[in-house]
Design a protein around this ligand. Structure first.
Ligand SMILES: CC(C)(C)CCc1c(C(=O)O)[nH]c(=O)[nH]c1=O
Length: 311
């Protein structure tokens, strides 16, 4: 299902989906998302060609106002998710997230998806995937990202979006948008976790995550300002036909409303969904609906992208 088609008849009921990585690694988790009555789509954990256990534990830690993780791409492997798609009727669009541990792995999986006649789904390439050693992650190496997307779109003809990490410099918004506007992307999903944060237990004077000396991606309510800036900054720069899925810092209806004001077509929920469970979708949808009613809005289009600046 092409996300933009799904968006065409969007109502607030089907605005939400899980953030990749949350409640979407195993068949049981995917079934629970599929059968969750409110969310309008779902996304798989980013997959690699072969299954991976991921990093040693502890690799996720809850913070007062967010989370930090260095999971290391634990997933059941490409074939497992392809089997899942084949053996389960899709009550809602399933976005297939792909994150190779290298450019070669990305291309390998995308070739398999392109050549699989049974697969007509929407794919999301996670550009936070590692680049060559010594280079920043793909999404922070604009030339490498351009080369990768150029190669991908030379053969990949099905709906494809990308997942981006946050940017923090307005010129970086300009630079990544200049690259992305060259390609027929279905969507951009922004943001991924804020990279390489560090949390410390000062009682024990120790980091809280085992992998990477404690460095990990930060999510949850504390990243909402960065998420809103990236949704807004990219909406202002990307071609209109590249939709935006807003991710990052959504804990309630008001946060979702802010993402939509910035231009998000759909909104994904990560840390809050992990901590509160699948009931989050019903609660946040109710809160958003209440806000819309109080403001006299009857559809998302009434306020999507209509953030006001102070003249
Ligand atoms: C960080 C990578 C391991 C390269 C990709 C998978 C991923 C992870 C992960 O599996 O550690 N965690 C995140 O917050 N975002 C991600 O995109």
């Amino acid at each position: 299902v092409d996300l933009s088609a799904q968006i065409a008849n969007m109502s607030v009921k089907n605005l939400f989906l899980n953030a990749s990585g949350i409640h979407c690694q195993t068949e049981q988790e995917l079934d629970e998302l599929m059968n969750e009555p409110v969310s309008g789509a779902m996304v798989t954990k980013s997959m690699t060609p072969k299954s991976r256990f991921g990093n040693p534990l502890p690799r996720y830690y809850r913070l007062a106002n967010g989370s930090i993780n260095s999971m290391g791409l634990p997933n059941q492997g490409f074939d497992y998710y392809m089997d899942y798609l084949k053996n389960h009727d899709q009550k809602k669009p399933i976005i297939v997230s792909v994150a190779g541990m290298s450019k070669e792995e990305d291309l390998e999986m995308l070739h398999q998806l392109q050549d699989n006649d049974d697969y007509q789904g929407l794919t999301e390439l996670n550009l936070s995937c590692p680049n060559v050693i010594g280079k920043p992650q793909m999404a922070y190496d604009f030339e490498a990202a351009d080369d990768l997307l150029h190669e991908v779109f030379s053969f990949y003809k099905k709906p494809l979006g990308i997942k981006l990490p946050p940017y923090f410099d307005l010129v970086h918004f300009d630079m990544i948008a200049e690259v992305l506007n060259k390609y027929p992307l279905s969507h951009v999903n922004t943001i991924n976790s804020v990279g390489n944060g560090l949390w410390i237990d000062t009682n024990s004077e120790t980091v809280v995550l085992k992998p990477k000396g404690g460095f990990g991606g930060v999510g949850g309510s504390m990243v909402l300002p960065t998420a809103l800036a990236n949704v807004r900054g990219l909406r202002q720069r990307l071609n209109d036909d590249i939709k935006i899925i807003g991710t990052g810092g959504v804990t309630n209806g008001r946060d979702a409303f802010a993402h939509i004001l910035c231009g998000a077509e759909m909104v994904s929920i990560g840390t809050q969904l992990y901590e509160e469970g699948l009931q989050t979708f019903e609660r946040v949808t109710r809160e958003l609906t209440d806000i819309m009613e109080a403001k006299g809005y009857t559809s998302l289009g009434d306020f999507r992208g209509k953030l006001k600046v102070i003249e």
